[in-house]
Write a protein that binds this ligand. Sequence first.
Ligand code: SF4
Length: 708
Amino acid sequence: MENEDSQEINYSSIPQPTETATHCPYCALQCGMLLTGLRNSVAVLGNGSFPVNKGALCIKGWTSAATLNHPERLLAPLARHGEGQLETVTWDEAMDRIARAFTETKARFGADAVGVFGGGSLTNEKAYLLGKFARVALRTANVDYNGRYCMSSAAAAANKAFGIDRGLPFPLEDISHAEAILLVGSNLAETMPPIMQYLQAQRANGGHLIVVDPRRSLTAQAASVHMGLTPGSDAALANGLLHILVRDRLIDEGYIRERTVGFERVRGVAATYWPERVERLTGISESQLLSAARMLGTAKTAMVFTARGPEQQSQGVNNTLAYINIALALGLVGKPYCGYGCITGQGNGQGGREHGQKADQLPGYRRIDDPSARQHIAQVWGISPEEIPGSGKSAYEMLDSCGRDGGVRALLVMGSNVVVSSPNVLHVEERLKTLDFLVVADFFPSETALLADVVLPTAQWAEEEGTMTNLEGRVILRRRAFDPPPKVRTDIQVLCDLAARLGKGQHFEFDSAREVFEELRRASAGGIADYSGITYEKIEAHNGVFWPCPSEEHTGSPRLFTDVFPTPSGRAQFHPIRHEPPAEEIDAEYPLFLTTGRVLAQYQSGVQTRRVAELVNLSKEAVAEIHPTTARHNSISDGDQVTLSTRRGAAVFTARFTPGIRQDTIFVPFHWGGVQAVNRLTNPALDPTSRMPEFKVCAVRIERHQED
Ligand code: SF4
């Protein structure tokens, strides 16, 4: 082990690339990009030969290299002694301290008292290794990740309905050929601008776009129909659309008969959602419902998409299933240029939920309670099935358990900023402070890292190799353009070193991401997300490979469900869904709905994007979008500082008048921490199936901010 002190880095001594084709570090579109030039002045170009973005990038992609040499970059391990400040230490000191803390915690409180929290931006190799590290090196059941906050409701719904969860079961290029598209709870024009080229082509071909969103977002402004529903009323809206489709005989009875089960109960439920009732529940008029239903029902090709809007609710799985019911009733799923898809958000939100960093899952999208899955993975890992722990706590529940009897006492966080991205963050921060030991691996001093006992500096996307799986299910290759700074390590090196110090090094003898991927291939073989036929060379030769890909001769699976669904019956499953109100309803004390989301120039918890000058110039702070009428009722002017309060806490924002938002709703983006953290306000009520928190709706009060 090296034993070096911090020193300034001479980047000119690091080999420079001429041109490296790689991918954007941010969202699930995973746009292809070319990095050229010197490390200190990297030029980023869109990669026109990558078929997903076709050369287009958004401003986050264009500016992504700014983080590589950023002055706030963590360049050496840090450790806190007692209540003191974080100070530079050697890797040996840091890793020994972590190994000692984990070993002592296990000895005093049992293996499950050590928790592991991962992220949806980790490569497939890292997500796989993190899950293995938790189960094999620590023997803890408590491993989960921030994708629980992002994709878990859509994943659970897709598994229930189709027997498989792949965000889009078709390539993006199919979108241009759909005559009608229903897009629910997504503002693609801001969150993934390059994807708009497909929607623009669809409109140019004469297609219709229907957007469901409480805000008249940039995306909604481009739509044929915008339905500004009451937050928390998705299932009622979906049932209302289905009611009209059934009543007006616009459903595909042949498809329902031949390819699905369970429609009659859904038909019965939909019959009770007549337009007047739906208008009362959702605020959407009968004429708008009719017009949207007719566009969908008369189109020869149509698609239904959901995103975080309906999914990040305590009814998230049911909301998603209600929209899937529409896609199935119209006979869309598995037909050319048709279908249902969920728009994945985080960079590796798809792959991150397939390979074992989820509390209830083993690699290959296997269930941890399935004896044959445990047998297969145990054999790949060289242990006995009994040694693999059972299912652990979900993300928020793990954080909530910190420091409590029977809960987590020592925690490793890798690739996540939980005190910004979790719901009810004031409470989460309090829980983290009660831990005996917290270690955070990151490349910037995030709000979570600043609470840690030990901070490990890790490599960024352009400094490491690995695979990501984009929102289409296309496995792509992130190439290494630069070596990491001298005292920065990759997450894979960190996990292998720690495993060795915990006495499990024989299971973690990996010198590269490629070697981890070779084991991941074997672990995923025969699972739902089967990567066994995917190689780095095949990805390079074909601009990515769509899973499942069960053999080296197999060319991948761009389109799913064309003949059969991977369910026991071979058919898709309808689910009767009734509208249930959100966990928290508005009242006299908290009379407005609060909803949260993203903006163009920031990404997730903002650890990277809040450090990029061009992005800060565009979005330097969280603003509260409010309808001018609502603002006047509350004596608020455009640009005022306002305090938003919920039953969990308060936060301060600048008010921005937004005529396109519902009068009963306030929108705040979630990219900031501290007093600007909107997640101080959000409700941790969990969906009973997916354990997804209700980020998208809670009851709030707004007042002009009073200085103390
Ligand atoms: Fe593409 Fe997303 Fe990166 Fe923007 S943030 S360039 S849309 S991958």
